[in-house]
Design a protein around this ligand. Structure first.
Ligand code: KG4
Ligand code: ZN
Length: 356
């Protein structure tokens, strides 16, 4: 089965082609990611209207580039998948309409993929992970701990009660003058910093459950910066703050994931894989922390390569293949979904600024 995947839910216009094999695996025949970062950089964050217009301008080119890279014509595709949500709705509409047009013109199935499921299933493509597994999904819009029982079958153990962890990276980076997106420059700055210099809080650490909270950490970064001598921040201040922030995030995520492992073990005895996914999973310090946490519990960490952690079309093509194999596809009247939880039955998280 050869499937084209299109991703347009945030600030990357992406398309990829995957061919599935008989052993349950897949080969990436093409993978094209066009980042819009330069278009958003002047605003210090993603502007939805700018994103939607850029997707509209470039989606066709990116799809063509992916097809050329794969050396295939549209007639050779077995199906086309696109992110159907959750995400910035203008961009999602562009991707969904592009995929529907290809499906209609070439009379092939269309699959609307949940973007979060794309992240969630990537480790099955890259690391051949079997169900069930524990998933830590950490991106610009989400911070969740989920049990992945199967395709479309999730139990959410924890979510953020306020900001997502990627958002905390991005906002802290902005305060430190490190630009957007904030994850990579914070990681780089942290390498030269002293993580013990600034005492930052570890929100919710030791509290029952597996929820996250990052807004207090963000506020503490601001307070600490404001307390420094007036004037421009010194390089060393930026390095130390980045290191202190990253250490706090690592501690919180490590502790929350440890609790989730205990719950996972109860619900799925015998299973022992922890998967980390989403853009923040590209953070090497966090991966090392998670390896330690998993190892201490007798679990194995599976992490997709960095380029498949941040948004891409391959994860959408792959999730499409997984659903098609189960006989699932969508009709051309599918309506894009700005919100689309993986576990719709999860109890609502309570907290100051609940978004999830
Ligand atoms: O999954 P993703 O590409 O898009 C969403 O679906 O949100 O995640 C983007 C997020 C951004 O907040 C970015 O700052 C963060 O992932 N990120 C990182 C790193 N690389 C990207 N955070 C920490 N360390 C990194 N190396
Ligand atoms: Zn994402």
């Amino acid at each position: 089965m050869i499937v084209l995947g299109i991703e347009t839910s945030c600030d990357e216009t992406a398309a990829a082609v995957i061919r599935s094999d008989e052993n349950g695996g897949g080969e990436i025949l093409a993978d094209v990611v066009l980042s819009q970062i330069e278009a958003h950089r002047p605003f210090g964050g993603i502007v939805p209207e700018v994103a939607a217009r850029a997707h509209l301008e470039f989606a066709d080119h990116v799809v063509k580039q992916a097809m050329d890279q794969a050396g295939l014509s549209f007639d050779q595709l077995d199906a086309v998948a696109a992110t159907g949500g959750p995400g910035l709705i203008g961009g999602v509409i562009v991707g969904v309409m592009t995929a529907k047009a290809i499906a209609a013109a070439h009379d092939i199935p269309f699959v609307a993929v949940n973007h979060l499921e794309g992240h969630a299933l990537t480790a099955r493509l890259t690391n051949n992970v079997a169900f069930p597994y524990l998933l830590l999904l950490v991106s610009g819009g989400h911070s969740q701990l989920l049990i992945v029982h199967g395709v479309g079958d999730y139990t959410r153990l924890g979510t953020t009660i306020d900001d997502a962890v990627g958002e905390a990276f991005d906002k802290s980076a902005k305060m430190l003058g490190l630009g957007y997106p904030g994850g990579p420059p914070i990681e780089a700055a942290a390498r030269q910093g002293d993580a013990k210099r600034f005492a930052l809080p570890r929100p919710l650490r030791g509290k029952p459950g597996c929820h996250f909270s990052f807004s207090g950490l963000k506020a503490a970064v601001k307070r600490t910066i404001d307390a420094l001598p007036p004037g421009a921040l010194l390089d060393q201040d930026v390095f130390d703050m980045a290191a202190s922030f990253q250490a706090a995030v690592g501690d919180v995520i490590g502790e929350r994931t440890g609790r989730a492992i205990t719950e996972f073990r109860k619900q799925c005895p015998g299973a022992n894989t922890l998967v980390v996914a989403g853009g923040v999973a590209a953070n090497t310090a966090l991966r090392t922390k998670l390896e330690d946490v998993a190892g201490a519990e007798g679990m194995v960490l599976a992490a997709p390569p960095l380029n498949l952690c941040t948004d891409n079309g391959a994860m959408i093509a792959w999730a499409g293949i997984e659903r098609l194999k189960l006989g699932q596809q969508d009709t051309l009247d599918f309506a894009p979904r700005p919100r689309w939880p993986l576990d719709p039955d999860a109890p609502k998280a309570t907290g100051a600024g609940v978004k999830a």
